[in-house]
Design a protein around this ligand. Sequence first.
Ligand SMILES: NC(=O)C1=CN([C@@H]2O[C@H](COP(=O)(O)OP(=O)(O)OC[C@H]3O[C@@H](n4cnc5c(N)ncnc54)[C@H](OP(=O)(O)O)[C@@H]3O)[C@@H](O)[C@H]2O)C=CC1
Ligand SMILES: CC(=O)N[C@@H](CCC(=O)OP(=O)(O)O)C(=O)O
Length: 335
Amino acid sequence: MIRAAILGASGYVGGELMRLIAGHPAIKVGVAFGASSAGQPVSSVHPHLALAYASEHFARWDPKKLRGCDLILAALPHGETQRLADQLVAADLPIVDLGADFRLDSAEQFERWYGEPHARPDLLSTFVYGLPEFHREEIRGAARVAAPGCYPTAASLALRPLIEAGLVEPTGIIVDAASGVSGAGRGAGAGTHFCAVDGNFRAYGLLGHRHTAEMEMMTGASILFTPHLASLSRGILATCYAQARQPGDPLQVLRDAYANERFVHVGEMPPETKWAAGSNAAFLTARYDERTNRIISLAAIDNLGKGAAGQMIQCANLMLNLDEAAGLSTMGIYP
Ligand SMILES: NC(=O)C1=CN([C@@H]2O[C@H](COP(=O)(O)OP(=O)(O)OC[C@H]3O[C@@H](n4cnc5c(N)ncnc54)[C@H](OP(=O)(O)O)[C@@H]3O)[C@@H](O)[C@H]2O)C=CC1
Ligand SMILES: CC(=O)N[C@@H](CCC(=O)OP(=O)(O)O)C(=O)O
């Protein structure tokens, strides 16, 4: 078995990683690092994992504990992977990082969108962007992968084939996307407290959400992105609008683009977040509106699945030459 070291194991993504790994045929948890949770039983933070991890505890960070591990899965707050970079590089293990530290292709872009200088610009080019549907071959041979954020995964899957096919204008594309509250992590704040979310729906991050940069990097288009917070635990629904450039059926373009993809389903029905809940699946549809000459393209994913832990496992499977779908489900939990 491949032994994975999980950094940020006590977070929401870390918990989902541990859940997926418990059902993975070739990977097991070698060490599960926490920060404030170090020393606590896994089951005290993730009670739903109590049967799978009956006696495991979160470990305090110590690079020596990486010895005997074969893979690093990092789900840390932004900036933390940069901070640990020397120790992680010294460990010389394949790594999938879900933080934003190594996703963008330049230190300038990172500073512009994250408001701080990049601590390790020298390492940026050593990471491959981990969206397997577009970068499968680079990921297969990679030692370091930076997995995308949840909103960019949904928007890129919905838009990129349409842009590549020349069907839509690559300027002024609008992405409206709503996320479940787990997208904000485990630590509830004033904006993610039950009272702020229950029976509520709101936009945030107007004009400046950092995921705009990743979407633009992935599509080559200019994008106006507005995220919304929905009263859901899990799920992202991205609704994307673009000016049509030439005649063509966007649904057929998506169908052709993803015909061989095991985690992307393109269908007639407008996708729903619940279809993807708990899985690594993405559900897409698209239409051309003759009246406005616009194309609408939608994607639904689980932000913790294809938007985070599922995607990390999919990337790790590719890096380790395992079956790409090992340990991953294509089916949501419904109703
Ligand atoms: N939630 C989501 O849907 C998605 C999240 N991401 C990204 O994944 C990462 C993790 O997200 P998520 O699980 O939601 O976050 P959480 O806030 O739920 O978890 C954060 C984790 O990081 C640990 N941690 C906090 N501070 C430090 C530190 N200074 N050094 C080391 N470890 C630390 C926490 O440990 P402890 O609790 O023990 O203190 C916890 O295990 C973030 O970068 C996030 O932006 C990306 C895509 C989707
Ligand atoms: C609902 C919610 O708050 N979502 C987060 C995005 C999810 C995420 O953590 O993505 P990154 O890894 O790129 O930060 C946000 O808007 O900041």
